[in-house]
Design a protein around this ligand. Sequence first.
Ligand code: FES
Length: 165
Amino acid sequence: MSEKEKNKRREFLNHVCPAVAMAFLGVPAIQSCSSGDDDTDTGSGNNNGGNTGGNTDAGYTKSGNTITIDLNHSNFSNLQSQGWIQFTAEKMLILKLSSSSYKAFDGRCPHQGVHTAWSYNTSNNRFTCGQHGNSYDTDCVTPGNGGVLTCYNTTLNGSSLVVTT
Ligand code: FES
């Protein structure tokens, strides 16, 4: 091994966490590399993914196929201000029809499944997927290119919107 390679190896071992270094050297270690607190999910925003159970940091909780959204949470404020939201973390679209009426849709585009390119046109009440420019009615029955934008059942309990997928 050249001097340069030895230096590289030394530098690597100096910079990786001890558990990784031990594993690299073939020594088992139980210690983890985490130096902070326990696994606290401080998800933020609509792109937070994988929340299950009682985590309300992201403004919603998920239990099985039921998602309960806190409409007062800042992560959902666009729903109040612009009337709809691309709820990316759960691949969902939510539309506010009135203060007491909301609709939720499967956010995977009927065309090819893209769930991150949506916009909403209030003049014709259609969602448009920017991936290929197809637009979809929000009536749960009228098909666009590739099919119908699938509706989910929603129930409003005070400021909680319960969506069943
Ligand atoms: S994937 Fe949405 S228009 Fe093609």
